[in-house]
Design a protein around this ligand. Sequence first.
Ligand code: LLP
Length: 419
Amino acid sequence: MHDFEYRNGELYCEKVRVQDIAGRVGTPFYLYSYKTFTDHFLKIKKAFEPVKPLICFAMKANGNLAVLRALVQKGAGLDIVSGGELFKARKAGCPGARIVYAGVGKTDQEIADAIRANILLFNVESIPELENIQRVAHQLKRRVNVSLRINPGIDPHTHDYIATGKSESKFGIDLDTAHLTFMRSMRYPNVSICGLHVHIGSQITDGEPFVKAFRKVLIFVTSLEKEGHRIQYLNLGGGLGIIYSDEKPQTAAEFAKKVLPLFKGRRYKLIFEPGRFIAGNGGLFVTKVLYIKQAASKHYAIVDGGMNDLLRPALYGAYHEILPLTKATMGKVQKYDLVGPICESGDFLATNRKIQSLRSGDAVGLLGAGAYGFTMSSQYNARPRVAEVLVKGNRFDIVRERETYQDLIQRERVPAYLK
Ligand code: LLP
């Protein structure tokens, strides 16, 4: 479900014609729908209403301040993974009490900043990290809340790069070590280990791996409680898959129907960290055809957006549906590789895609670009990062200006001997 649809052959985002925005902003750019983002947040919120969880949007998926503000204003918390994300979370007006902090490599500075910002929980990924949080909290004369991220050893059936719950992955702590850590919790007087965290991977379309992982968490938490440990928070991570092409992912309601019964009669505060589910379908990457190149075996549509702007196809072989901004009413269908201007063979946005015949100057949108689109972009090939635009109803706002050539050199310094 999203708010990009055709009316009279023209692609609209909510009530605005995408071509009009392209005319004003130029291409390429990211286009977001306020309604799609907030609707998806509210869908999860509603599905889990009986237990009133804290839903922390994983801002690595989309860190634009306007997007964050839209979600925070609807009651979302934020899941952060760096000091930079903490900074942006605060700028977006997110109260510390709604921030959880994950990631395997938190620095002393990042830990201290997060403690000062009074975040709700650190999701701790290793024992050395726990020791470090203890040390920093002691220095600051504070006591901080921590969830241990456990690695349940579950295969989430997703792309290898985004599977995190397998026992061989770098994430989380195995159950034996976690148990030992609870037994030794007095070693960490400035830390209250009051939660467990589990996140097994991303773009998981089936409920089964989640249920398996959560069952393991429940068995573990039950045994901890029998030993007298008190667990207040269960952070069940993110990972809910979305439709890019022909996936049939569980809906938020179906997910809740599977998950809620597991926690019936237990009093934990549940936390979720969805990123893609909230933002993925709310974004379109708009790019324009520069040239059509006919090679021996195929047609290339060379567009002005590249792998530096939208990395997912190059990195994961990800599929993003192509929507021409203006639908052809007649004419033939053609098979294209949609490729960017970057000097790498891996620079493609789509391969072997049958779509309406394209001409130089035609603009197309790639769906499913609201999550891990702009946030993974770079300036590779000295390409300024693109603009981001947010539509709400019949208005649109540029929520991040396109970078300029000056931005490319802004922080570079040439030593005196080269001048
Ligand atoms: N919580 C933790 C601890 C995570 O590591 C992640 C994502 C999330 C929550 C949010 O997961 P989501 O609900 O979005 O699936 N760049 C990749 C995805 C990387 C996901 C990393 N961790 C992509 O474009 O598919």
